[in-house]
Design a binder for this molecule. Structure first.
Ligand SMILES: Nc1nc2c(ncn2[C@@H]2O[C@H](COP(=O)(O)OP(=O)(O)O)[C@@H](O)[C@H]2O)c(=O)[nH]1
Ligand SMILES: [Mg+2]
Length: 426
């Protein structure tokens, strides 16, 4: 290997350290002395990053075509910056060596983590098996959004639909690139769909709505107006609800209890049509069945929440996905909301208080029985009260222990996503 090639090899390869311990590079060390250690590290990191780039999709090269070298997919050389990363400007010959190591690269697509341009409005629509409604919905949305003079995007989150919803969405995107589609691998639930939609949303205002045509897009300007008045979250209120009684009765009960327990007076927590200031959707974490409680969560966080009556339409196609299972899970999630918002960072305050009360009651009972024994009572061990006292002390200690475990988990906690994206059309 010639001296020049040896040098190029050593500089370009990420595993230069191990290779350069061989005889090739021993004779080329005088070339390398002029290169600073930092610039070599930088070269190595750049190449490592490139290796981590996902493979090009099949449309860029045939399935059977040979893989291109990672050097070809290399990003254009960026001038080094000084300061923030402690990186210093590379010596001119280092830059030359880096250039020599990388053949002229084709223009690269925008870097994934580059900050995308922000917009005025994002409409996020979670859906599950709504094939027949989507085309109508897209048309109605276009009619409304074209009148409001705001830059916008519409993000559909297809939650593992088993009908043709995704194909209809793909066609909609081809006709209008402002329509974006995220597709889950399986059904993860409406909260997960909203959560990923919120993460992708670039709008200063975010609107959510159902995909089943029951929400009227013509309400959007009204919601936006309320946000501009200063509210952070405007929730729709289906004042005249067009659903069967099996849906409306549980819903009334649910709204009453939620309103009572959260302290936020709303008639309709679970209306699909809502408007948010982007700060709300970026801050509130939605998972499980928590989408019903976003107004309550936002309220607990200190955001200003209000509601406006909105038009509601009967379901035209398909059927409601709401069932007894979702109702029960929804109520369990209300406990989650109350617990996590009030005691999330201090579980011992909850379990410790309950446990201490139990243990104290048990202690009082047993002390009382002990006094009776001292005063001459023949036997206390055969009295049920004695067993109740012991039980209360044991349960109390267990509650306090759970609280302590909760504290430890809270300290070590790290959050993980609970969905897996199958496809993204941007
Ligand atoms: N992402 C997602 N959306 C869902 C799911 N279930 C229902 N939806 C959507 O949520 C909206 C309202 O659902 P629907 O079944 O009509 O509930 P209802 O209006 O309360 O009876 C519709 O756009 C559905 O497509 C789900 O499991 N995941
Ligand atoms: Mg519906």
């Amino acid at each position: 290997m010639s001296l020049a090639r040896t040098r190029r090899h050593c500089v370009a390869s990420w595993s230069w350290r191990s290779r350069c311990s061989g005889s090739h590079c021993f004779f080329g060390t005088e070339w390398l002395i002029s290169l600073s250690l930092q610039s070599l590290e930088r070269t190595r990191l750049l190449t490592q990053e490139d290796e981590q780039q996902p493979p090009q999709p099949p449309s860029h090269r045939g399935e059977g075509a040979p893989r291109r070298s990672f050097h070809r997919r290399r990003r254009p050389h960026r001038p080094p910056t000084q300061g923030t990363t402690g990186e210093t400007a590379a010596a001119p010959e280092t830059q030359a060596a880096v250039k020599a190591a990388a053949p002229a690269a084709a223009p690269q697509p925008l870097r994934q983590h580059a900050q995308p341009r922000s917009l005025d409005l994002s409409v996020v629509i979670p859906l599950f098996n709504e094939e027949q409604s989507i085309e109508d919905l897209v048309r109605q949305l276009r009619d409304v959004l074209s009148t409001i003079r705001m830059s916008y995007e519409v993000i559909f989150v297809d939650d593992g639909s088993s009908d043709g919803s995704f194909n209809v969405l793909r066609r909609a995107h081809q006709q209008n690139p402002r329509i974006k589609v995220i597709r889950f691998r399986r059904n993860y639930g409406k909260s997960a769909a909203l959560s990923v939609g919120f993460k992708s949303a670039r709008g200063a205002i975010v609107i959510t709505m159902d995909a089943d045509l029951q929400d009227d897009p013509r309400e959007i300007p009204n919601l936006i107006r309320r946000i501009r008045e200063g509210y952070d979250l405007v929730s729709g209120w289906k004042k005249k609800r067009r659903d069967p009684i099996t849906r409306t009765i549980p819903s009334k009960f649910f709204n009453f209890v939620t309103s009572l327990m959260s302290g936020l007076k709303l008639h309709d927590f679970n209306c699909g049509l809502k408007a948010y200031r982007s700060a709300v959707v970026k801050e509130v974490r939605v998972y499980g069945e928590l989408h019903r409680y976003i107004p309550a969560l936002a309220h607990f966080s200190g955001f200003r929440v209000t509601e406006v009556p909105v038009e509601h339409r009967p379901r035209k196609f398909g059927k409601s996905k709401f069932g007894a299972g979702r109702f029960i899970r929804g109520f369990l999630d209300l406990l989650t909301v109350l617990f996590t918002t009030r005691y999330f960072r201090r579980p011992l305050h909850f379990f410790g208080a309950v446990g201490s009360l139990f243990a104290l009651a048990g202690l009082v009972i047993n002390v009382w029985l002990s006094i009776l024994k001292l005063l001459g009572e023949t036997s206390i061990s055969n009295r049920p009260l004695f067993l109740v006292g012991i039980l209360l002390i044991v349960v109390g200690v267990q509650f306090v222990s759970i609280g302590l475990l909760g504290e430890m988990i809270t300290k070590a906690q790290h959050s993980e996503e609970e969905y897996s994206i199958r496809e993204t059309i941007m």
